[in-house]
Ligand binder design. Structure first.
Ligand SMILES: [Fe+2]
Length: 285
């Protein structure tokens, strides 16, 4: 088309993508063009604002690396991650929650019943659960990918004082589909504010705090992968998560534990907490 105007440009751009073979991808791109053009029209987007937005994205790219994704964080603080989770919810299955920017593949494999505490300070917590389908039948082929922050609130990737892979692991559930780990009580923490997302939060007078939580990904052949979090019911930020990840069903009581056999098994000198984490997976579509 040699006469592009503000009235035909959106259609012209949409048409330029019509040759995409994958029908779903074609649909997504066409709707994206419609949405971003609509945004520019609705807001009367200026050159300065458009350049500032591109600069924002460029700064997000520049601060991202293999263990930190500023784009994931952008999706999180915009509530997009949560919306995608909520739209994908399966009736009867455990609710999903945000992946967050600190997951990386390749956590060390451990046996169910391992302790991740090692030299970490913090309150010991026995995290235990069972992976079932939505009818309650056990799924013994399930695997669990777990990660949490240390007692200083930091994940190992951002804290050179922690050993590599601190407080993260993968495990296969037991033949009865149960699993347990000895971990520490997680801490509330602020999402990273040294990048462009920090600027966005500051200009919005928004809190950067996330309530204390564990992250888990549960996978099994034939079932939808569950990416979720388990929140500490006593956390002061549980009602004001910066990334909108809290669901009532994912808020857990950290119950006092007092079983001498547990203390013996995990060589605990004193008190510990118990968190029950039943997991229900939906069948794959
Ligand atoms: Fe987290």
């Amino acid at each position: 088309m040699r006469n592009i105007t503000q009235h035909n440009v959106t259609d012209a751009v949409r048409k330029s993508f019509e040759a995409i073979d994958d029908t779903r991808l074609r649909f997504l791109i066409e709707r994206l063009v419609t949405a971003v053009h609509g945004y520019a029209r609705d807001t009367g987007l200026t050159h300065e604002e458009w350049r500032a937005a591109l600069d924002f994205l460029n700064r997000a790219a520049a601060i991202s690396n293999a263990s930190r994704s500023e784009f994931t964080l952008l999706s999180d603080v915009l509530g997009l991650s949560s919306l995608v989770d909520l739209l994908a919810a399966s009736p009867g299955a455990t609710e999903g929650s945000v992946l967050g920017p600190f997951h990386s593949r390749g956590s060390p494999w451990v046996e169910s019943g391992a302790s991740l505490i090692k030299d970490n300070p913090g309150e010991p917590v026995l995290l235990r659960g069972r992976v079932t389908d939505t009818q309650g039948l056990p799924i013994p082929a399930a695997t669990v990918d777990f990660w949490q922050n240390a007692d200083n609130g930091l994940y190992w990737q951002l804290d050179s004082s922690q050993p590599q892979d601190n407080l993260r692991c993968q495990l296969r559930v037991q033949p009865d589909a149960t699993f347990e780990l000895m971990v520490i009580r997680p801490r509330p923490y602020m999402v990273p504010t040294d990048g462009p997302i920090g600027d966005l939060l500051r200009v919005s007078h928004r809190d950067a705090w996330r309530p204390a939580h564990y992250h888990v990904i549960v996978e099994a052949p034939g079932y939808r992968t569950l990416v979720t979090e388990i929140f500490d019911a006593e956390d002061p930020y549980v009602a004001q998560d910066a990334v909108f990840g809290v669901r009532e069903s994912l808020v857990a009581d950290f119950k006092p534990g007092n079983d001498p056999a547990v203390r013996e098994k995990y060589q605990l000198a004193g008190a510990y907490r118990v968190v029950d984490c039943p997991v229900k997976l939906a069948p794959a579509a």
